[in-house]
Design a protein around this ligand. Structure first.
Ligand code: ADP
Ligand code: MG
Length: 215
């Protein structure tokens, strides 16, 4: 599995499309434990990103990811804008001048993205945030690649762990972000940010599978 620049552009397009499809669902999740803007925020950001993609054709992966990140920071707002923005900017920093990534280089970019979210938001696992979906995704992918599993198998396992992490946010008590203001009333609802993170993980799998089968 080699991730080329055009595959990264395709990944961003698929993320934008899935966020648009699920905008109302993400916003409903945020209505339950936040301020009902998560889907709207991300859709605004990824629409702005889409308008910049044509100018990024043929550019290195680092430039593409950095542009996505800075665009998200300036257009998404809320907590998730700086968090996802930092994730893409950090992933862009470790892929500067690269036009192709092997699975281990992809792993380095994913770890950088997670570290960006952790550095920016200071959340740990179990606080009912996007970290609860992103961390198991990255850790499972890393563990699977370390035992030399096929990268697509590793990615499928990582997405399954991400989904499990997203679902595990339902019974959690929120202790970070806006949902923490609700205290006990945050229990029983799925975290919107963990849900959007899962959509992104699934988009990466979708694009990687499509590329592997030449679609
Ligand atoms: P806001 O809460 O400012 O309205 P959004 O609705 O766009 O922003 O995003 C909310 C999501 O951001 C939450 O569901 C949660 O996953 C994530 N989040 C909030 N605070 C943090 C944090 N400190 N670290 C990681 N993720 C966080
Ligand atoms: Mg919100």
């Amino acid at each position: 599995m080699q991730i080329e620049s055009d595959c990264v552009l395709r990944f961003i397009e698929v993320v934008a499309a899935r966020i648009k499809d699920q905008r109302d669902y993400l916003t409903e999740l945020d209505a339950a434990i936040g301020d009902a803007d998560h889907g709207v925020n991300l859709d605004r950001g990824f629409s702005a990103v889409l308008s910049k993609l044509p100018a990024l054709t043929g550019r290195d992966i680092g430039s593409i990811l950095r542009t996505v990140g800075t665009t998200l920071v300036s257009t998404v707002g809320g907590a998730s804008g700086p968090l996802y923005g930092t994730a893409f900017i950090r992933a862009g920093a470790v892929t500067a001048d690269r036009f192709q990534l092997n699975p281990h280089e992809l792993m380095v970019a994913l770890e950088a993205a997670l570290e960006g979210v952790l550095a920016r938001g200071k959340a740990t696992r179990g606080e009912k945030t996007m970290v609860d979906a992103i961390a198991p995704f990255v850790e499972t992918m890393k563990a699977s690649l370390a035992v030399e599993e096929d990268p697509l198998v590793a990615l499928r396992k990582a997405v399954a762990a991400c989904e499990e992490g997203m679902r595990a946010t339902v019974p959690m008590l929120a202790t970070k972000g806006r949902a923490s203001y609700l205290g006990e009333r945050s229990i029983g609802h799925q975290d919107p940010g963990a849900t959007s993170a899962y959509l992104m993980a699934r988009a990466l799998l979708e694009v990687s599978e499509g590329q592997a089968t030449g679609r």
